[in-house]
Design a protein. Structure first.
Length: 94
């Protein structure tokens, strides 16, 4: 395993120990720049809209001020997740 993979696993392990939204906020404030947090927020909005299936990709792009390419990447990512995780996502995405 590369040091990047070790670092990613370590970061995931640390995140799994955070039990409250406040703890996640502190972690992400420490590890992510404002721009990275905005990118994650956009990705969340895209995945949420796609998972709900109530808007066209063009409407999602206009509503969330993101590119069609970003929506396509989110759509492609949703296509490769397993059914169990898809159910978890749909049940827990707000």
């Amino acid at each position: 395993m590369s040091s990047g993979e070790d670092g990613w696993r370590g970061f995931l392990e640390l995140c799994s120990k955070a039990k409250t939204p406040e703890m996640f906020q502190h972690l992400f404030d420490l590890f992510l720049t404002l721009e990275e947090k905005e990118i994650l927020g956009s990705r969340y909005s895209i995945i949420k809209a796609l998972a709900k299936g109530q808007m066209t990709q063009r409407t999602i792009a206009g509503t969330h001020k993101v590119s069609i390419a970003q929506i396509t990447r989110g759509s492609n990512a949703l296509k490769i997740i397993d059914a169990k995780f898809r159910k978890f996502l749909e049940a827990n995405i707000e």
